[in-house]
Design a binder for this molecule. Sequence first.
Ligand SMILES: [Zn+2]
Ligand SMILES: [Zn+2]
Length: 344
Amino acid sequence: MNAMMLARIHDLSKTDAPLVPQTVPIPVPGDQEILIRVGACGVCHTELDEIEGRTPPPRFPVIPGHQVVGRVRESGTGAVRFSTGQRVGVAWINRTCGRCQYCLDGRENLCPEFTATGRDVNGGYAEYMTVHEAFAYPIPDGFSDAQAAPLLCAGAIGYRSMVLCNLRDGHRLGLTGFGASAHLVLKMVRHRFPGVRVYVFARSRDEQAFARSLGAVWAGHTNDTAPHPLDRIIDTTPAWTPVVEALNNLSPGGRLVINAIRKEAADRDVLLRLDYSSHLWHEKEIKSVANVARSDVSRFLELADRIPIIPEVETFNLEGANRALLELKNKRIRGAKVLVMDHG
Ligand SMILES: [Zn+2]
Ligand SMILES: [Zn+2]
């Protein structure tokens, strides 16, 4: 099968081809695993964190990709949950221990043995992949493969961020950064909390206009001050400046939820500008989002189907993965980028 492989850490300012196309054997499903013929795989900012070494794969080479949609081709020994041909998805959460306190109390996303798809094991930048059947999800019929793919990470983690916000109708919600996840949060919030007013901070005028077209009451630059203090803010940027700006925009008792697996180092010095009285006092809270639990993925898929939330997608073929990643790196974003396999 064709796959795009990551063989080592790269500096993306020095290469535009971090992934290498390779032909590798189709994986064989082990006990309780299914083999999936991949139809589409979303491109996530976390892939940049893997490639650039902020959350490095433990071994190389690895096939990245953790927003995978495809059809079951074969079931391994003891795998009985899905039938051949059924459409399924795979998300970032690939395996957990099932025994620790976090797993037992519904917070498997914090499991110390958390295994991630496309980082710790091979993911979906390929024509086929295998996964334990308990970590796959039926995909509702209303979405194409490409539309369903971003629901599995951008959507699911956006859902988890929204839950951690503890939003109420009447709140003012800020979204700083407006990529794949934030645009799905905006669509979701508009339906679940019609009384919430959404304020979007984005670097480009295109993103700001896109946010307004989806119902943001205000959209400005990342460094702008919002016209009102905001009760909740979700940060989906890789940088620190938006965090400091967000704390400044937060109302007393407000909460900032940081949805990022890693932050980049470029503007870390801005943290020295943190001023206790304006950024933190008045019981302002900061909470990070770590991974997703299977329940986040299933609940979000169900919600996205019911509302419905159809992601805006831009598609690339498998060999276009490097171009998609570089565009993501360079912030050329409108909606979600998705690789679509042609199985030629
Ligand atoms: Zn992701
Ligand atoms: Zn565990």
